[in-house]
Design a binder for this molecule. Structure first.
Ligand SMILES: [Zn+2]
Length: 392
């Protein structure tokens, strides 16, 4: 009998580089390719957990942010509540990032050394220190089902030399992350431990490939990461200011070289069109704040491109946001009403737009999976791209 693993990943259909499969976690099965709504501070902004679980959305996995939860409410509060799942009331799968990206995006406010990163908290201005070991401790206390290594990100236009230095630091931090992670697992520090699906019951740990827009460094980073050995692999450091064409060049080169039998996660990307294009290049998992953030600023994603609810042209429009969307918002409300709510500053505007946007992202991935399974993904991709470029 083989040793039980924290997750299982099975590819069931392939269409070119696009893969459809099932990721089994200790908190349920997730069909891939999958979109993961972002729950920064222990909440997917503007939507209740019941809605995330409803047939409309049926989100199987959401994200939590280590950086934000560590600073507020802090590890002690979440530990006392019995872990992040119990604290927020979510029994499905959770993935936590390492905090590396948030600290990196503080820019001049942080100081990076071999040991880790020193920075000032945006909550109370206190001096804090985040390292691979601290990040693993926090993620064990959160008890997420998938943990990310602590990495460093080079800017989109970083030079070869600067990127190489950063990438090598990421590799050393990945090794330290794994060592700390293993120790914490054996000490029982994981608050989310649960025996299910013939799995080990432990947290899973994903490595992150860096290297900015330099393909030689990306390949080297992939090799370094795979040599350490993880349960899944992510492409980090994209969508950070580089040209979109370069982003897809990196994905196209790297994704197919990533281990075939492990999930491939593209971090922080992107629009529905980006998701479909990345699936075509072999990616299985995505997260992005766009559906929730844009929902709060009055922008809807639809099958015919983006729609700005503020525009006067919707003032008397009785059609739903998206005539081909089956979500409960589109079944019930008109563009005219949504525009009225938005213009009146009603909180329901954000709530309804967020709901529709998440439904649209999740439904797009449902369509992607079906088309891969039926061998019609190229047709789906072509039609999706043509429709979304119409823009009303
Ligand atoms: Zn809708």
């Amino acid at each position: 009998m083989t040793k039980a693993t924290p997750i299982k990943f099975e590819i069931q259909s392939q269409c070119g580089e696009a893969r459809a499969g099932v990721l089994t976690t200790r908190r349920g099965q997730i069909e891939t390719p999958v979109f993961m709504p972002v729950g920064t501070a222990g909440t997917v902004k503007g939507i209740r957990f019941e809605e995330l679980e409803s047939a409309d959305l049926d989100a199987r996995i959401i994200l939590g942010n280590t950086y934000h939860l560590w600073l507020r409410p802090g590890v002690d509060v979440i530990k006392a509540a019995g872990g992040l799942h119990r604290f927020i009331g979510w029994d499905r799968a959770l993935l936590t990032d390492s905090g590396g990206f948030q600290v990196w995006s503080l820019g001049a406010l942080r100081k990076i050394s071999e040991e880790g990163t020193e920075f000032r908290s945006h909550v109370d201005g206190s001096l804090r220190f985040l390292s691979p070991e601290v990040s693993m401790e926090v993620q064990a206390a959160l008890g997420s089902d998938i943990v990310m290594v602590f990495d460093e990100c080079a800017p989109g236009q970083a030079s070869h030399e600067e990127t190489e230095r950063s990438m090598n630091l990421t590799a050393r931090w990945a090794k330290r992350s794994k060592d700390a992670f293993e120790r914490l697992q054996s000490e029982g520090a994981d608050t989310g431990r649960i025996q299910a699906n013939d799995l080990s019951g432990r947290q899973a740990l994903f490595g992150i490939i860096q290297g900015a827009g330099h393909l030689d460094l990306r390949r080297l980073s992939l090799e370094q990461t795979v040599n350490i050995g993880f349960d899944g692999y992510a492409i980090g450091g994209l969508s950070v200011g580089e040209e979109k064409s370069l982003m897809f060049e990196v994905i196209e080169d790297i994704a197919p070289r990533m281990p075939n039998d492990a999930p491939r996660y593209l971090m922080g990307v992107g629009t529905p069109e980006d998701l479909v294009e990345a699936v075509a290049r072999g990616v299985d998992m995505f997260d992005c704040v766009l559906p929730t953030r844009n929902g709060r600023t009055g922008q809807a994603f639809t099958s015919r491109g983006k729609l700005n609810i503020k525009n006067a042209q919707w003032a008397n429009d009785s059609r739903p946001l998206d005539e081909s969307c089956r979500c409960s918002v589109c079944q019930r409300h008109s563009r005219a009403y949504l525009r009225h709510l938005y213009m009146s500053g009603e909180m329901l505007a954000s709530i309804l737009l967020t709901h529709h946007n998440l439904a649209f992202f999740l439904d797009t991935m449902r369509g992607v999976r079906q088309s891969i399974r039926s061998g019609e993904f190229p047709k789906f991709r072509r039609e999706f791209t043509e429709r979304s470029s119409i823009s009303e």
